[in-house]
Design a protein around this ligand. Sequence first.
Ligand code: ADP
Ligand code: NI
Length: 200
Amino acid sequence: MDTNEMILQQIKDLVEKVMISNDPSHDFSHVGRVVRTARHLCETQPEADSFLTEAIAWLHDISDDKLAAQMSDTSLAPFLAEIGLAEKQVRFVLDGIHSISFRKQPSLPADAPIEVKIVQDADRIDAIGAIGVGRAFAFSGHKGYPIGTTEAKSTIRHFDDKLFLLYDLLNTEEARRMAKRRAEFLHTFYDEFMTELEAF
Ligand code: ADP
Ligand code: NI
């Protein structure tokens, strides 16, 4: 293992430990899928730094305040410095993980770093398609939200409020290629759901 691989291994171990208490929509397997998709997107964006992209991907949900498990910058920054990241890299990674959330800003500024754009795309790919549907219901179940009513918090309303918007907000060409079928599936699922809901 080279130095960067050792650093990423330590980041991965931390994330696995911290995220174990999250609900299934934001568990370690979500993060693993985001990392693998981000690695793939990196291959199509040669200007991206794959080490920093992967570090942001592993850590992207670690300080999300809607999740059970959270780590603040106050403990994350010293950890990253301790395992060998330079001060500039620590700042870059922390700024990255704080800027990809849809709730905070639906799209990144055009001049945002490519590494951050890639992780945002990878995260959004995991929010749509069959896995996205599964995650949305897992999240709602955990919160106790209804599945399909006109209430603001119902799972099916989340499709209109957010999930349907994600495809058009993707940053990279390859992410759009990967997401096309998944975005179409979301609509298929939604139409079927509505048909059943409105049957009687
Ligand atoms: P944000 O980008 O706003 O931080 P996340 O990307 O972390 O939000 O949310 C990820 C996933 O959590 C969503 O794609 C969805 O699966 C689930 N989720 C979040 N809010 C809701 C909700 N109100 N109803 C159903 N699922 C939700
Ligand atoms: Ni995520």
